[in-house]
Design a protein around this ligand. Sequence first.
Ligand code: ASP
Ligand code: MG
Length: 408
Amino acid sequence: MALIVQKYGGTSVATAERIKAVADRIIRTKEAGHRVVVVVSAMGDTTDELIALAHQVTDEPSERELDLLLSTGEIVSCTLMAMALRAKGYEAVALTGPQAGILTEPAYGRAQIIRIEPERIVRELDRGRIVIVAGFQGMTEEFDITTLGRGGSDTTAVALAVIRRADRCEIYTDVDGVFTADPRLVPRARKLAEIDYEEMLELAQQGARVMHPRAVELGAVYNMPIVVRSSFNDNPGTLIHKGVAVEIRNKVRGIAHDTNVAKITIVGVPDRPGIAAALFAPLAEHGVNVDVIVQNASLHGLTDLSFTVARGDLSKALRLVEPVARQIGARDVVASNGWAKVSIVGTGMQHSPGYAARMFKALADRNINIEMITTSEIRITCIIDEARVQEAVQALHDAFQLEQPELA
Ligand code: ASP
Ligand code: MG
């Protein structure tokens, strides 16, 4: 008898009809003789709606109450799911995050799980029940409800799977799995049968929306096999695991893109030790995530320093950086929106030269200008004009022949 953790995202449980359909799917797993723990997201756009509602009441909702409010979304879906299962004749129990023993640090809106006390879940499973856990939430030592950050139900699911040493964690969503590129941009994008943790992590961090990066990271650390698949059909999904064959024809596994990119350039920065630290420290202190950073070689003791942030952080980042720039005697601070990132990812690129050149050529052939470049061992990212993103992703998909099946 295996233990399987299944997570169903917002679209999978968006309506009463959907909840009943998902209940049937859960029952199939139960009937196959497995112990089942289910994690659910809030129905449809509930979380967005609750946030909007809070902002109708006040411009600055208190963090603690906002988390408590948002946690209700997942409580609605988990209770309804348990009711649907009971109505079909199956023993099921709905648990909130705290009831499931999920303890977090006291950081509202982005809490990390400290530990899970699984006794209640174990007891319910031992009684033969299907356990339905509200995703995205936990509780502090002070009994305050916290949320894990947007998309956090994935993290709940993988964390539970890890803690209970589940045989696998299944992430059900509204797409068939992980694709070589976003199929809305590239009609011939191909579903991947499998992918490495590392590759999935890079793709998720660079904008592939199918899974939350934190959950992938957790899976990687504890080597938990994760299957991403659709709750709307029976197609096999994508298996995220360790040890995907590297010697495959396609050394680029996939392409990610992200249009949530704003750029700040600090012009004429004196080239002295400590300047970059002075500029970035306040951003870190205020929780602004800096992504791509590029510093030019200095000329006459001056350099330009550019970096990107999420668009929603642009004004905050400017507010923090402008006074420092003035203080250190930089000439100017220039901010702009309207950028996008495109990334190629694949562990197979590590020891094969020439991938960067091919990427740049594919973009150059379309006359797409590269604004900034960054790399990791298994990724190359270019910042380009947002208006060209679809063209760029398509060009890269063609250049690396990703529509072709991977053969050993
Ligand atoms: N409902 C939360 C959100 O929309 C958590 C999740 O869906 O995973 O961000
Ligand atoms: Mg959601």
